[in-house]
Design a protein around this ligand. Structure first.
Ligand SMILES: N[C@@H](CCC(=O)N[C@@H](CS)C(=O)NCC(=O)O)C(=O)O
Length: 219
């Protein structure tokens, strides 16, 4: 096994892939992207000029984009936990929910975070307001979808849950999930209790001071 993951433990998209790796107990080399590891950073930027983590390297092959990395792992390093169901129709629902979490939870959540990192005179208050409104619509829609479902796409833990776990974890920090969205809150708790995600959260705990908006004293 020669898997390498260029990543940071506190990054939401990196956690999404870490969950998949941990679900199937795949061994890999963690290539930490941090200021005190400049060699890893230089290699990462050469591999993927978009400079978005994580990046997976498998022997001579570079795989980018968290969802594609997870699908790649399922194809080339399958384990007992299938994260994409067999069958086109079931896989469609899983992929749709994965897109939902990336586009409508992760993206507006990141807007809050990245906006707070901008110079004060370059902030985008209107954009952050729009991101909050989008998160509110996403929570409301998800609360309906989760009726009668244990996991995002049904009864099996999947790619969509890998996306959901860090997305809802951090979204609740920047724009709390109202108590009225009981199913979303309960789902977030189920995700936190899943051993693969619990491990990712513990490994990221030492980095909480990096959270620019201030990490809440919970989770
Ligand atoms: N679509 C990408 C998104 C990856 C992404 O946004 N990664 C963030 C970390 S969570 C990143 O690298 N941010 C660094 C930056 O924007 O400079 C994926 O699914 O992998």
């Amino acid at each position: 096994m020669s898997l390498q993951l260029f990543a940071h433990p506190f990054s939401s998209y990196c956690q999404k892939v870490l969950i998949a790796l941990y679900e199937n107990e795949l061994s890999f080399e963690f290539r930490l992207l941090a200021p005190d590891e400049p060699g890893n950073g230089a290699e990462f930027q050469a591999l993927w000029p978009m400079r978005k983590m994580p990046v997976l390297v498998d022997g001579g092959r570079t795989v980018v984009e968290s969802s594609i990395i997870i699908e790649y792992l399922g194809l080339h390093h399958p384990g007992p936990v299938r994260l994409l169901p067999e069958g086109t129709e079931a896989a469609l629902e899983t992929r749709m929910m994965d897109r939902f979490f990336d586009n409508y939870v992760m993206t507006p959540m990141q807007k809050f975070v990245f906006d707070s990192l901008r110079p004060a005179d370059k902030r985008d208050a209107y954009g952050v307001e729009e991101a909050g409104a989008l998160l509110e619509r996403a929570y409301a829609w998800l609360d309906e979808v989760l009726a009668g479902r244990s996991w995002a796409a049904g009864e099996a833990f999947s790619l969509a849950d890998c996306a959901a776990a860090p997305a809802l974890f951090y979204a609740d920090w920047v724009h709390p999930i109202a108590e009225s969205f009981e199913r979303v809150r309960a789902y977030r708790q189920r995700l936190l209790a899943r051993p693969s995600f619990a491990r990712a959260v513990e490994e990221a705990r030492p980095y909480r001071t990096l959270f620019p908006l201030g990490a809440p004293d919970r989770d």
